[in-house]
Design a protein around this ligand. Structure first.
Ligand code: GLV
Ligand code: MN
Ligand code: MN
Length: 423
């Protein structure tokens, strides 16, 4: 059916309320608030449960159904007029980096929720249901891999393997999810994954381009690919006071030489390659014992599949050569592989047209960050909307965005959602 209006103005975007959206961000930011004004809200933690509970309360106030699936993805459903129609989904994540900000992920969930509220306020009914979703563990800090909930939903990962995964303290995903369900009860849908019509995700850009070019909206055309590796370097413990340097198998020095030896491989005059070592653990961690083991993580990203393949495949041989120089051994394990993922052409056009119709300055862009959309795109047409963030800073407690930009992205989102939901 066509959209029906209660008032004189049936455009959903006119009913997005900037003040309400902003206040909801401030309310969410209390859960896991850090002294520097950021957020540390680890996946399936007590803080995550409090955030989920609040979202559930807001949904209940509107009379919308809330449910969760076996990996903890949380859905808020605004019904459509056609009970049999596949839903349109929109959302992102509520977990954060350990030194995260108020907007990474949370914005996508709250923009989707604001879109539902704007539709209600406008008296607009859509043919398809529209659901807001908070995917579990996008950040991949407490539990591996990242984008866990969306990956499970899209069939990229096996549910039982994910549930058995543990955090550094030995708590499993299964146990943590059970605790979340107790603290923030929601109907548990036993089956993972269901058919959806399409998916749109709003997110802060997390980079400097929109701000620098004074664009209000980024129309995402592609999410660059990502490969992540565990590197385990094995040497031998020895007394630091008595063991001559030549006789040592020092896992730390070997690991450091690997990080350095990879630099020339990753060197790129166009500055497109993203090569990061973000975790580095040394065992046994005593001042008087030569390190016997180092565990570190490499995160590699590139928009071009062939380049991503060549660079990622080059990591193990270089690490092995470096290990051999010091009598050490190394094990390289790839634990995340995501190919560059184009957004669906029609979803991209809808976002672009929505921004155009609203008179917002917009540009096409590639996402440097990974997002849940990269997995959901495997099972449904998907698109993304970026809004500017201050100086492009993200994964940082000072991350900031303006209420106006957040609302503008939500306006683009809701009009595009209506178009999808009435197809
Ligand atoms: C998501 O936070 C990413 O690491 O790209
Ligand atoms: Mn994010
Ligand atoms: Mn993030």
């Amino acid at each position: 059916m066509a959209t029906a209006s209660r008032g004189s103005n049936a455009r959903a975007s006119d009913h997005v309320r900037e003040d309400r959206l902003w206040q909801r961000h401030m309310d969410m930011a209390k859960f896991g608030a850090t002294p520097k004004g950021g957020v540390n809200r680890q996946a399936l933690s007590a803080e995550d449960a409090r955030a989920r509970k609040l979202l559930g309360q807001w949904a209940a106030a509107r009379g919308w159904e809330v449910f969760t699936d076996p990996i903890g993805n949380l859905y808020v459903k605004r019904p459509g007029t056609d009970a049999g129609a596949k839903p349109v989904l929109s959302g992102s994540h509520l977990d954060s980096q350990p030194t995260g900000g108020k907007f990474d992920g949370t914005y996508g969930v709250l923009a989707a929720f604001e879109a539902l509220e704007a539709l209600d306020d406008a008296g607009i009914r859509t043919k398809r249901p529209i659901m807001a979703v908070a995917w579990t563990n996008e950040e991949g800090n407490r539990f591996q891999p990242g984008c866990m909930g969306s990956g499970a939903f899209a069939g990229v990962y096996e549910l039982d393997t994910l549930l058995a995964g543990t955090d550094p303290h030995g708590t499993s995903v299964k146990q943590a999810f059970a605790e979340v369900l107790e603290a923030a009860p929601a109907r548990l849908e036993p089956k993972l994954g269901f058919p959806i019509d399409s998916y749109l995700e709003a997110h802060i850009e997390q980079g400097p381009i929109l701000e620098a070019t004074r664009n209000e909206i980024g129309v995402v055309t592609l999410i660059q690919g990502m490969r992540r590796f565990y590197i385990d370097v094995f040497g031998e413990e020895a007394h630091s006071g008595t063991t001559p340097l030549k006789l040592r198998k020092d896992a730390l020095k070997s690991a450091c030489s690997m990080v350095t030896a990879l630099e020339p491989l990753m060197a790129d005059p166009t500055d497109t390659v993203r090569y990061t070592v973000g975790r580095f653990e040394i065992y046994p961690g005593s001042p008087s014992t030569v390190p016997s083991k180092v565990h570190f993580l490499i995160d590699l990203r590139h928009p071009d599949l062939a380049t991503l393949k060549r660079l990622g495949d080059g990591i193990a041989p270089i690490c092995e050569a470096e290990a051999a120089k010091r009598g050490c051994t190394v094990k390289v394990t790839e634990y995340t592989t995501v190919e560059p993922m184009p957004m669906e052409a029609n979803a991209v056009s809808l976002v672009r047209d929505s921004a155009k119709a609203l008179g917002m300055k917009h540009m096409d862009m590639v996402s440097g960050a990974g997002h849940d959309a990269m997995h959901v795109a495997k099972v449904a047409p998907a698109g993304m909307i970026f809004v500017p963030c201050w100086k492009g800073i993200s994964h940082n407690e000072t991350e900031a965005a303006t209420a106006r930009d957040l609302a503008n992205g939500t306006r683009v989102l809701v009009d595009a959602l209506v178009a999808l939901a009435n197809r």
